[in-house]
Write a protein that binds this ligand. Sequence first.
Ligand SMILES: Nc1nc2c(ncn2[C@@H]2O[C@H](COP(=O)(O)OP(=O)(O)O)[C@@H](O)[C@H]2O)c(=O)[nH]1
Ligand SMILES: Nc1ncnc2c1ncn2[C@@H]1O[C@H](COP(=O)(O)OP(=O)(O)O)[C@@H](O)[C@H]1O
Length: 233
Amino acid sequence: MAQKLDDTKLLFRAVIMGPPGSGKGTISERIARGFGLQHLSSGDFLRENIASNTEAGVLAKTYIEKGLLVPDHVMTRLLLPRLEEMTCHSWLLDGFPRTLAQAEALNSSCELDLVISLNIPLETLKERLSHRWIHQASGRVYNMCFNPPRVQGVDDITGEPLIQQDDDKPEALVARLRHYKDVAKPVIDVYKAKGILHTFSDTDTDRIWPYISSLLSAKIPTDIADAQRASTH
Ligand SMILES: Nc1nc2c(ncn2[C@@H]2O[C@H](COP(=O)(O)OP(=O)(O)O)[C@@H](O)[C@H]2O)c(=O)[nH]1
Ligand SMILES: Nc1ncnc2c1ncn2[C@@H]1O[C@H](COP(=O)(O)OP(=O)(O)O)[C@@H](O)[C@H]1O
């Protein structure tokens, strides 16, 4: 059940999991827009820290460039304080937790209502990531085939150039995909045992989305989604 804050307000806390390229960011955007949950992406958070040269950012960069996960203690120290600031918000966590240690740390700080797991074929992931370009400052994601920018190579909103992230380049990609499976399995098992895991499998985000949307419509009452949308915009 969603955690009760007071008589009129309910909080809803969800996690979206899936390998790199599975559509977490794309689906999170749709959930944030449609249901008003605050979207928190661990990848965006790391990129912000890298761009502003924080101590954690400098350290994280050395791992990300090699296609490796950032160590658990760095991730939990970055993410958990951010969640603690959001005690009055409903949120969707994208990309955290990725390991059992992270899931345990999250579990000791809050109770989750729902976990969405995306199960996408390997060939689809490789194909998508090789076409992924982002606007670094905002984290906006494009795909040269699926959702291209209006003008080739530039961000729709700012007109600034798009870049391909180092970890989407072929040498880092294969290591990332291999590693994901090994570390995610015990996390998925924990959420399955808690009865909050919902898995979606397909090659197309647009085919998965209606199922996720109806699941969330059933779990988040309309008046709460409206209140959340109003408080985030
Ligand atoms: N062709 C295709 N590309 C997609 C689909 N869904 C997402 N993408 C693109 O695939 C890439 C990875 O998606 P993203 O949401 O960033 O995945 P994440 O790594 O799990 O956060 C991005 O360039 C998306 O625009 C889809 O159904 N088909
Ligand atoms: N929870 C996490 N634990 C460890 N490393 C992480 C975590 N989240 C993100 N990272 C690092 O940041 C990189 C980019 O993350 P993200 O933007 O979520 O992209 P993707 O889902 O495409 O891997 C990851 O490949 C990983 O190196």
